[in-house]
Design a protein around this ligand. Structure first.
Ligand code: MN
Length: 294
């Protein structure tokens, strides 16, 4: 008879933001990936920008990022506060607000704009969100672009036992609930909130790249590593169990994914496998082959 024992994952490190900068004129971000310097251990995640939280006074100006391209990966925007409007060259678009997620597969190429939503901007308010870039396997980098709006009501919420908190499954599964995001490789993404003084024992797949990013509050992981606001904890591949003790009310994003073991060539908004493919991407964009926001 064989017995299976659950072993704790090692915490390989806890990292602060690598930089604090503006994206366009509307998104003040703290960059965690690749800024923390451990992006090779975070595949398929290529970028994590934590936007805000920052208060924007009322304005008629359209703040944000104007028309720009992407090819070879997906952009995922998770809103916590405020509203962002998006339009792209495929004719898709929409507004996402607190609790909503926009999952855009740029794949062969999309040109889009990301702006503060007009009515929200006129009243002013606090903006807070996360943008992730999720890499695509080589076989899907040149597939058709796709756009998924995952509104808050579609994202399953699991109430954790006895006031521990709650977990929203954006991608992957948790306790039998499946997140709505369609992905090209296996991805786990949880919006997790724990109440002060409570513990959650989480099981994350062995062999996946896994990490926890803290937006607010402080959590102690495996009894040994304190992780505070705008810090990222990176786990090793071995073992499954992670113990999270909330020192304060804490808001976290749990990230997991099957590593894509392929070469990464990146240049600005393009992420391909080779330099030649990057040159092709720049040429295709400049020739208008990725279209325009109409
Ligand atoms: Mn973009």
């Amino acid at each position: 008879m064989t017995t299976r024992t659950t072993t704790d994952k090692d915490v390989l490190g806890v990292y602060p933001a690598g930089s604090h900068h503006m994206v366009g004129d509307g998104f003040p971000v703290r960059n965690m990936i690749p800024g923390a310097g451990v992006e090779e251990q975070l595949s398929p995640f290529l970028l994590l920008d934590y936007m805000g939280p920052e208060y924007f006074p009322p304005t008629d100006r359209r703040l944000g990022v104007g028309e720009h391209p992407h090819r070879g990966f997906e952009t995922v925007t998770i809103m916590y506060q405020g509203k962002v409007a998006h339009r792209d060259s495929t004719g898709s678009g929409g507004v996402i607000g607190p609790g909503d997620v926009q999952w855009m597969t740029a794949a062969s190429g999309v040109v889009h704009e990301e702006l503060h939503e007009e009515e929200w901007a006129k009243h002013g308010g606090t903006l807070e969100g996360i943008q992730l870039w999720v890499n695509l396997p080589r076989s899907s980098k040149m597939s058709e672009p796709r756009y998924q709006t995952l509104v808050s009501e579609e994202i399953p919420t699991v109430d954790l036992d006895a006031g521990v908190g709650r977990l929203r499954v954006i991608a992957g599964q948790f306790r039998g609930r499946r997140g709505p995001a369609k992905t090209f490789s296996q991805v786990l993404l949880y919006d997790l909130r724990l109440n002060a003084g409570h513990r959650l024992e989480l099981s994350l797949p062995e062999g996946f790249n896994t990490s926890v990013f803290v937006l607010h509050g402080q959590v102690v992981i495996n009894g040994s590593h304190a992780v505070g606001e705008a810090e990222l904890a990176l786990f090793g591949h071995k073992g499954e169990r992670v113990l999270l003790d909330a020192e304060e009310d804490v808001i976290m994003l749990v990230l997991g994914g099957e590593p894509i073991n392929e070469p990464v060539a990146r240049y600005g908004p393009f992420v391909m496998n080779t330099k030649a493919e990057l040159v092709q991407a720049v040429n295709d964009y400049q020739a208008g082959k990725m279209g325009h926001v109409s």
